[in-house]
Design a protein around this ligand. Structure first.
Ligand code: LLP
Length: 437
């Protein structure tokens, strides 16, 4: 595929030198200055996505909170950008909470998630007065109640429910079905018991319900079904014990385009369809329209991230395939090995080369499964080329690891022709930092 016909995300383009450029910065310059592998984030695109979600709610006249699901990529620099854009933040561990506090993120806009929050984590959430805690199970409900009594503190909570929806996605990233480790089941009465317990508490304020049906979802059917099931249940609860929620949090999961095989609708379209359904259901059932909260992760940062690698060895297996190896792999992108995830890539220093050959991109980890891309058409790669893999912004750096003691890459933000380092590359000293010797 020639670059002229190719669609790039955000500010990504090809400059007059025939190099890939992101945020007005030549990526070869980035590779030279910061080294590879390198995560490059297109800040303008993250801002555009953030504003897009908010604008859709505003257009519909619905009170909302858009919380960035920080597991997609958490770092102080990222949280500061999210703060600047006025979004809220979803954290799922004391580590993510600590990072948010280090970024000076407004605590009242932090939502604390997790299916096994420890007592320490709940104490941390209470001491720092996070905006709300999404309660996942009976153990947590009782523990939180006890701690609130001890601190003599009120806490707003959402009850996480599993609506019994199976979204069409990879099994490991599917969460809304009945047989899930997350949340209170809506059908079998657990959610209702949890809600009644929370209502009777003098310290917990159950402001609403939460559900997240899965991730990388391409159509709105699952979301609409989940909303219908929840609204139906809310009508029962209104009639039975006069409970109406102020907030309905419908989670994240909006799919993005990694390759031509993916055909997502725009983030704005997802929100529009889902919220319209809640408005219609509220009117039909005579329920008060709740505030709608969402938690996009991937759709805010996924296609804004590109990973730069330097190519090294190649291996030709006659009549089978040619392997081109890069200086990273499953250590900085676990998704191909874990989910069979597909990516597109280009040779960033030879964007105008017409000759193409079919190759497979191998990582450098000591494992045959460490393949980043099987079968991709690229110009003939030579050692020292810069390979850019697109759409690595979500669950790339955040799931990176030190397998084979490969240092984690650096991360840069680019915007308006300027680059800024937001996470420095791990050093050899960092690698032995925790070793006691
Ligand atoms: N809210 C909750 C409660 C979640 O569990 C998740 C993702 C999100 C929001 C954000 O979902 P998103 O908008 O990013 O799809 N590591 C996997 C994805 C795991 C998602 C876990 N939960 C991957 O690389 O595809």
């Amino acid at each position: 595929m020639e670059h002229q016909t190719r669609h790039f995300n955000g500010t990504t383009t090809v400059n007059e030198k025939g190099h890939l450029e992101i945020g007005g910065v030549d990526v070869l310059m980035l590779a030279k200055e910061y080294g590879t592998p390198l995560f490059v984030y297109d800040v303008e695109l993250i801002r555009e996505r953030s504003r897009g979600f908010k604008a859709t709610f505003d257009k519909l006249g619905v009170t909302s909170q858009v919380a960035y699901a920080s597991k997609a990529f958490s770092s102080v620099g990222m949280f500061q950008l999210i703060k600047e854009e006025g979004l809220s933040l979803d954290v799922v561990s004391s580590g993510e909470l600590y990072t948010a506090l280090a970024a000076d993120f407004p605590v009242e806009r932090i939502h604390f998630h997790g299916n096994n929050k420890s007592e320490h984590e709940l104490r941390m959430a209470l001491e720092h007065k996070v905006g709300c805690i999404v309660v996942d199970n009976f153990y947590e409900l009782q523990l939180l109640e006890r701690l609130c009594v001890e601190y003599n503190q009120q806490m707003e909570i959402l009850i996480r429910v599993t609506p019994g929806i199976e979204a069409h996605t990879h099994d490991y990233i599917l969460t809304g079905q009945e047989d899930s480790k997350f949340g209170f089941d809506l059908q079998n009465g657990q959610a209702e018991s949890a809600m009644k317990m929370a209502i009777s508490s003098s310290h917990l304020q159950p402001i609403g319900l939460h559900c997240h049906i899965g991730s990388q979802i391409f159509d709105t059917t699952g979301f609409v079904l989940a909303a219908q099931k929840i609204m139906g249940k809310l009508l029962e609860w209104k009639n039975a014990f006069d409970y109406e929620p102020a907030v309905l949090n419908l989670g994240g999961g909006f799919g993005i385009r990694y390759t031509d095989e993916d055909d997502p609708i725009t983030p704005a379209e997802y929100v529009h369809e889902i919220v319209t359904e809640v408005i219609n259901q509220s009117e039909k059932l005579g329920l008060t329209m709740p505030e709608i909260w969402i938690e996009p992760g991937r759709s805010l940062v996924g296609d804004a991230g590109t990973t730069l690698y330097t190519t090294g060895s190649t291996k030709e297996v006659p009549n089978v395939r040619k392997y081109v190896s890069v200086d990273g792999g499953m250590s900085d992108n676990l998704r191909p090995a874990l989910y069979d995830a597909k990516y597109e890539a280009v040779i960033a220093n030879r964007m105008n080369d017409k000759e193409q050959e079919k190759v497979s991109i191998a990582g450098k980890c000591c494992e045959s499964g460490d393949m980043l891309i099987w079968d991709i058409e690229l110009p003939e790669a030579a050692a020292g080329d810069i390979l850019a893999v697109f759409c690595t912004g979500a669950y790339g750096y955040s799931m990176s690891n030190n397998y084979n003691r490969i240092p984690r890459p650096a991360v840069v933000f680019v915007e308006n022709g300027e680059a800024s380092l937001i996470v420095r590359r791990e050093s050899y000293e960092d690698l032995v930092k925790l070793d006691v010797f």
